[in-house]
Design a binder for this molecule. Sequence first.
Ligand code: NDP
Length: 284
Amino acid sequence: MANLINGKEISLRVRGEVKAETADFIQKTGTVPGLAVILVGDDPASKIYVGNKKKACLEVGFNSFEHILPAETSQADLIGLIEKLNADPSVHGILCQLPLPKHIDERAVIGAISPKKDVDAFHPANVGKIMIGDYDFLPCTPAGVMELIRSAGISVAGKKCVVVGRSNIVGKPMAMLLLHENGTVTICHSKTKDLAAECREADILVAAVGKPKLITADMVKEGAVVIDVGMNRDENGKLCGDVDFSAVSEKAGFITPVPGGVGPMTIAMLMKNTLTAAKLAKNY
Ligand code: NDP
């Protein structure tokens, strides 16, 4: 039976560390870190994410600035708001909740956020910095996965790592972070010829696809570390990952559950990035 990597517990520890560091930062600089979150439209899942981010901000001692805009907001108005927030010294981090309504170009919006306030690390300047291993911020979900791996006492160096999924938000930066830690990394996607064979090679397998139970026990090497980034709804509407948890946990050495694995880490790393942005702004 696999060891469970408890993301809820680890995320609480990270949030506790951020809270303590924030108190110290405020005391020394008189500056309260501030995170602005923009939501366009009223997608119910996005509303929950934004609410959770606000709660986390207040808990660690940040200011939280929420901007809820109607779905029909124009791209020009949204970028106008971002420019105001870029210039506002009380705002250290800016996050625009994705996805955006179809009439808005996500790339233009991400590109409008000042790279110094880009706490999601989606701006091309920050993506480039991550490629060369010289960065201020790491994207929250892959950074959260790395923290889970570290916290479980697992070393990545020399291990065969397989990342399933190649999105700009999760899969690609995930592969890069594993590479920075000296893993030997393979990236799989929908055109991969024999996904099961690729996955069976993995000492560390990260699933970031968005398909319930795509990763079955026969695709996992005995004793492997299995990290499930997926957030899906099963046939009963229950939250589940990309991994067939009950069968794979019989075979894996370590496994993350869904919920309670990668999900809570994403917000914890967002708090960490916001504190980093505030420190950078104050040359702290
Ligand atoms: P995307 O839809 O952007 O990317 C999915 C990737 O999976 C693509 O690269 C796609 O390949 C690949 N893929 C699709 N089908 C297969 C298949 N049958 N075999 C192999 N690869 C396949 O999703 P995201 O990266 O944004 O998110 C992935 C999952 O992670 C989702 O469930 C999402 O909800 C979750 N998520 C969870 C977060 C958290 O905090 N826990 C945060 C962010 C995301 P191709 O490129 O060829 O199309």
